[in-house]
Design a protein around this ligand. Structure first.
Ligand SMILES: O=c1ccn([C@@H]2O[C@H](COP(=O)(O)O)[C@@H](O)[C@H]2O)c(=O)[nH]1
Length: 224
């Protein structure tokens, strides 16, 4: 089985980002490039990282009217990402058009509820119910819209996997100690997420901000 860990490369300098990937490449299965990286380095930066030879997950969390999101997906064919994200709350038509516009080798997955949010945050946005209810509802919408899977926390992945057997599940908000730290609120360990059905484990700061990123990546891999 291939390594499910995708390193979140939220690092502003391109050279430092490349050096980090080179350092830990034997202990990860892919690289996740998000808004911080893309705003700084654009498609040029994506190509530079892709040249290192690992699969690329482009996490831009697109959320706009269907025509605009479909146009953005088309424009990103040049970088051929293995995985792309849109927001499930963009609605069915947006997700259908995003999937139709994506390259044939790109999995499109929908962000349900950010792992930095909890039930109180949800309530403040006017959404009632628990994170579990909200994630399940949006997962069903993503499935009906023809997407490949969703992004959710490790606290929901087991339930979603039960209902969507062949879905592709991306789980961020992972902490080796299993404790919520900093901005991440719905947290589990990488091992628990894997055991509960995650397809991809997104891990950033526990590796990138570790005193010894190589050792941190090795230790996480050993738990899986
Ligand atoms: O719900 C979500 C969706 C995406 N992310 C992204 O994952 C990484 C997590 O980084 P850590 O440093 O391991 O916290 C980051 O790039 C987020 O943009 C998420 O955390 N939660």
């Amino acid at each position: 089985m291939s390594n499910p860990v995708y390193l979140a490369l939220d690092v502003p300098q391109l050279d430092a980002a490349k050096a980090l990937v080179e350092k830990v490449r034997g202990h990860i299965g892919g690289v996740k490039l998000g808004l911080e990286f893309f705003c700084a380095h654009g498609t040029h930066g994506v190509h530079e990282i892709a040249h290192l030879g690992l699969p690329i997950f482009l996490d831009l969390k697109l959320h706009d009217i269907p025509n605009t999101v479909a146009g953005a997906m088309q424009s990103l064919h040049v970088v051929e990402p293995a995985i792309m994200t849109v927001h499930a709350s963009g609605g069915r038509a947006m997700m259908e058009d995003a999937k139709a516009a994506a390259g044939e080798n790109t999995k499109v997955v929908a962000v349900t509820m950010l792992t930095s949010l909890d039930e109180r945050d949800l309530e403040r946005t006017g959404v009632g119910g628990t994170p579990h209810d909200h994630v399940m509802r949006l997962a069903e919408l993503a499935k009906d819209s023809g997407l490949d899977g969703i992004v959710c926390s490790g606290q929901e992945v087991k339930a979603v996997h039960k209902q969507w057997k062949d879905g592709f599940f991306v789980v961020p908000g992972l902490r080796p100690g299993g404790k919520a730290t900093g901005d991440q609120k719905r947290v589990v360990t990488p091992r628990q997420a894997r055991d509960d059905g995650a397809s991809v484990l997104v891990i950033g700061r526990p590796i990138s901000r570790a005193d010894d990123p190589l050792q941190a990546a090795r230790e996480i891999e050993a738990t899986l």
